[in-house]
Ligand binder design. Structure first.
Ligand SMILES: [Zn+2]
Length: 482
């Protein structure tokens, strides 16, 4: 009976799912795709991409668009605003150029406010009670080069006191002119933080930045804590256990700490990691939901009813994750048999055509206090080194026509071919361009390429840290060229 009631209460309005059983945030969760700015597809959009979108926003009457100044290399930094309310909210994103997740979410939010047909009650509530100022992509030079720092090689978030970068100057002057009630400092963090001592990736981390080394709580900071408590309660329904707190060590050179001290209740939002979401598109959606929820909670003052102890109880980020852990492997060395776990990370190597993953052995031994984002128990398996196929080939195509299963069964992990033009092999094997031996020993920093045997038979090959399953013939084409 209950089920039927829920089904009947769905209404489709212009393609959106609406239901009285949904909260505002649940409804946004289901309808996000409608508002998603589809031209921003991954982490690598550029300043020119947002210029195009801002130009089109200028033609709509929802936002006031102001040129706030220019970056060190002369790229425009914008301030957009909307709303007529007394409470001022200021959001700035991507002061670290390689941290774009929230910028994309801000453009989804611009679409939300530009749409005339949905959520008009909430929109009116927000726009009547607040005025919201957005500075997307504070570091456009860094964004174009996909680097953290600006092109003077200065970390803008360590320039809040000295103000040597034009970007920091623009941010500080804008802040001083607005004197906002709330500030949102939008960043990305490593996907390898866990939420407390757990296997769960920290997907969203919050912080009410401290105002001094003693981490004193004044009324300004208390409001940040209460709002984070409200956001935590809301977001934890979507990603239970994946929310954490960023380190609360005082950093007087950072903007969040400085703005909090200057009287704006500031909230740091860090977009972390989510399994199988390397481009952070799910985390972008969470940013969309949490920021709109924050606007609503500020507009109706509902955040005030949350206990700051909820904030205090959120676990801190911990460094307990590796991308892959292979556990309980038997190994022989110098006549000694012993057991190891191997922790592996995939490093993103940027090249002309985007990036590829280069695996690295990061830790060896007892990894029982760590977790793998992918984590496998290989009890009963023994590590052995792989072999290199030394045969003359005329082309990569010829190599790609080989029977991969047969090669794996014979213990091959690498193929010698001296004429490869690429950095990756596009095959489940490494290509060696030189006959001289590459060191694939099980050592920290080495590339994880080896075979796993059970009862003397190879069942798995690990190629550049990717598991090739010979039993199911499931192969991943992430080999490298050495
Ligand atoms: Zn950052």
């Amino acid at each position: 009976m209950y089920k039927i009631k829920i089904i009947l209460s769905f209404i489709f309005i212009n393609g959106l799912i609406m239901s009285q059983n949904f909260s505002f945030e649940q409804s946004l969760y289901y309808n996000y795709e409608f508002f998603k700015e589809k031209t921003l597809k991954d982490r690598f959009f550029k300043h020119s991409d947002i210029i195009r979108l801002i130009d089109s926003l200028k033609t709509k009457n929802v936002f006031t668009v102001k040129n706030a100044g220019k970056s060190f290399e002369g790229r425009d930094i914008f301030l957009l605003s909307t709303g007529t309310g007394k409470k001022k909210i200021f959001l700035w994103s991507q002061m670290h150029g390689d941290e774009p997740t929230a910028t994309a979410a801000l453009f989804d939010i611009f679409n939300f406010f530009s749409d005339n047909f949905h959520y008009n009650d909430v929109k009116n509530l927000i726009l009547r009670n607040t005025t919201i100022y957005f500075m997307p992509m504070v570091n456009p030079d860094g964004a174009d080069y996909f680097t953290r720092r600006n092109s003077m090689m200065i970390d803008i978030n360590r320039d809040a006191n000295r103000i040597q970068t034009p970007e920091a100057k623009i941010l500080m002057e804008t802040f001083d002119s607005l004197k906002a009630d709330f500030g949102f400092n939008l960043h990305d963090q490593t996907p390898r933080y866990s939420a407390g001592n757990s296997f769960r990736q920290a997907t969203i981390s919050f912080l009410a930045p401290p105002i001094d080394y003693d981490k004193r709580i004044d009324n300004v900071r208390l409001n940040s804590m209460k709002l984070i408590s409200g956001l935590y309660e809301m977001l934890n329904k979507f990603i239970p256990g994946h929310i954490s707190k960023y380190s609360d060590d005082y950093e007087p050179r950072a903007f969040g700490d400085t703005f909090q001290k200057k009287g704006t209740s500031t909230i740091l939002v860090e977009s972390g990691g989510w399994k199988n979401d390397p481009e952070k598109q799910f985390i972008r959606k969470l940013n969309f939901i949490l920021l709109l929820s924050a606007f609503k909670q500020i507009a109706e003052d509902s955040y005030k009813s949350f206990d700051e102890n909820i904030y205090e109880s959120i676990p801190f980020n911990e460094e307990r994750l590796y991308d892959l852990i292979l556990r309980n492997l038997a190994i022989s060395k110098n006549g000694l048999d012993y057991k190891i776990d191997i922790a592996i990370n995939y490093l993103e190597i940027f090249s002309k055509n985007g990036y590829y993953l280069k695996a690295s052995i990061e830790n060896i031994g007892d990894m029982s206090t760590f977790y793998g984002i992918e984590d496998y128990d290989f009890e009963g398996y023994k590590i052995d080194s792989g072999k290199t196929l030394l045969k003359e080939f005329n082309s990569i195509k010829e190599i790609k026509n080989l029977d991969y299963s047969e090669l794996f069964e014979k213990g091959y992990t690498n193929i010698y071919f001296d004429n490869s033009k690429s950095e990756t092999s596009d095959m489940p094997f490494n290509i060696l361009t030189d006959k001289k031996k590459i060191d694939f020993a099980i050592k920290i920093g080495n590339n994880p390429t080896f075979v796993l045997k059970r009862n003397g038979k190879i069942e798995y090959s690990i190629i550049n840290g990717f598991i090739q399953n010979l039993n199911t013939k499931t192969f991943k084409s992430n080999g490298l060229v050495f």
